[in-house]
Write a new protein. Sequence first.
Length: 261
Amino acid sequence: MRTANPSPQPASPDAARFACADPAAPARYFALVPCAGSGSRAGTAQPKQYQVIAGQALVMHTLHALAGVARLHGGLVVLTPGDDFAWPVGAQWPGLFVRQDCGGATRAQTVFQGLTALAALGVRDTDWVLVHDAARCLITPPMVDALIDACADDPVGGLLALPLPDTLKQEVGGRSHTTVPRAHKWLAQTPQMFRLGALREALAAKRGDGFAGITDEASAMELAGHAPLLVAGSAHNFKVTYPQDFALAAAVLEQVYHEGT
């Protein structure tokens, strides 16, 4: 249940976690979690990221998983202005992350403003930012490590994705009109990993027209002339979107926690 919280941000963000005194130091890795969406398709009374599953808010499962990635130097959770969720405190909050209520009207705007906030905290243009959906709560540290391993030396960056496994139909008037060839089709997931400067520049180029055509970070990079690397993800890394997804995610999480005890 959402309750008033007059101070949605940690009182004293650890700026040292983000700043870098040596501009020549190797690129670092940071997480950015957009958490400003309403999740209208989920059918919940509150934004879906705050829906409780397996004992805690969906987004907290996501943050704790990302906090287990040893190579991440820090992370930013981007909230909608006026967010009143009762965030955990003390040991229940993953110290890797800070929160800022600088979210926008769309995901693209939220990510753009989150990148600007990371830069203000001291993250360099050459550092890598891994943007991850709050609602992909089944992400695991090994999945993120696989993405970092694949993209660390890539000139562009990339994203977790899955080759399309099913037959794809083109619909007209509620009826199947055409079967779309599935060869070379992939389902995009997150994290999506790009250098802060390049991703912010790609998004800035579309800011004037309301980020039209931007559905994820990779689409912004594609429109800027880049070809992001596709890194095989996992079917478990699905985005909780519809009402039935909550039960499936909860069952997987309960099984994971049971196996870990």
